[in-house]
Ligand binder design. Sequence first.
Ligand code: PGA
Ligand code: ZN
Length: 460
Amino acid sequence: MIDLRIERIVGRRVWDSRGRPTVEAEVHLACGASGRGDRSFTRRYGRGDWAFAQPYGRGDWTFAQPYGRAVAPAGASRGSREAVDLRDGGDRLGGYDVQRAVANVNGAIARRLRGMPANDHAAIDTALNELDGTPNKSHLGGNAMIAVSMACAWAAANAQGVPLWSYLRSGERAGSEVVIPLPEIQIFGGGAHAGRRVDIQDFMLVAPGADSFAQALEWTAEVYLHAGKLMAQRGLLAGVADEGGYWPLFATNEEALDMLMRAIEASGLRYPDQVAISLDIAASEFYRDGCYELGLEQRRLSTDEFAAMLRGWLQRYPIVSIEDPLAEHDEDGLRRFTQMVGQGVQIIGDDYLVTNAERVRRAAAIGACNAVLVKPNQAGTLSETLAAWRAAQEVGFSAIVSARSGETEDVTIVHLAIGWGVQQLKVGSFARSERMAKWNEALRIEEHLASRARFAGAVF
Ligand code: PGA
Ligand code: ZN
């Protein structure tokens, strides 16, 4: 038996894709402790930290190793009920430093979890919550907690020499078919990710007609390239936004939709069967005093007017999914919008549902949204993230595992989506390596599994 008890936890400050500090946690297990002295681990895998390679996993290969590591991401357009991202404040590093959260990992968390089995996620996450003792994880920091919670899963998987996605498929899902999720890929960035240059945050492409994840990426690459070329020709390209989508110089939000249509046409793809459009409105970001303020067009719209505008887009463009169409505090608007168009379109709650099982159940009960975005750091622990996904299954909501706008090379979310059987994955655009690391990881898993996995494809 491999000794999966936690021996030591190390927290450190690393840096995210916006150049801001974030929390990395490394969980070391007893099987690798004291000069790799654990006999069973050494016998099984050889000497040293890692000696035995299994084809495939994190990177090209998973090595059996007695520790796991994970990094907390960070959002820019955050729901008000998310787990608190603990920052030091003050003048240094724009107030974004995470020394307190890192100290919590190295101190209280490391002491509390020492000796616990790394694969007992319910017990670990309960212990983290008890130690935190607040309703919003503001004492330890959701960033400290999610890094540790995810690192425990990596440690347990790594020590057993299995890829994380495979480790997560234990229990009732073990024998079921593996599904590779449909990627949702940003072409233009806006909102809080592009200096509010356009109001709408994400203009994305999905490829429900692709035969494989690999083909979905290839089609998206064509559209992304064509969009960039068309924009550059018209002098509309100002660089890339926080998630790697083009930072556009459009005059209206609809110009973005028109440009996306042109890029799809230029790439020779058919819509809506091969490819279609997905939007993240992130409407909480421009909801003021009960109205939606479109800065770009200098318009101020009531809930009904804004919903009517979105409905017009749904009629004119091949849009199959729309996230946070109305603000998190405009619940009645969300409910009415879902009644109005929810039969034909996926309506995702992100800021509104904050990866919270209770909120998913409540939304389903009142008829607001029909899908949930699953972001581990909104929940703050792996167990609570899983609970939100289970709640979605119970109430018949679809789900999308999602990255944040501040990311790193960490690929945990790809493994969560595949391991848990979530059929959609949202990681940002098709540029910047904190995004590509995740797309490439899913590619490797798809290639490794070949006919043993099915591509989610047409989920809408
Ligand atoms: P965020 O954006 O990570 O900045 O919150 C992602 C999203 O809104 O989906
Ligand atoms: Zn969102």
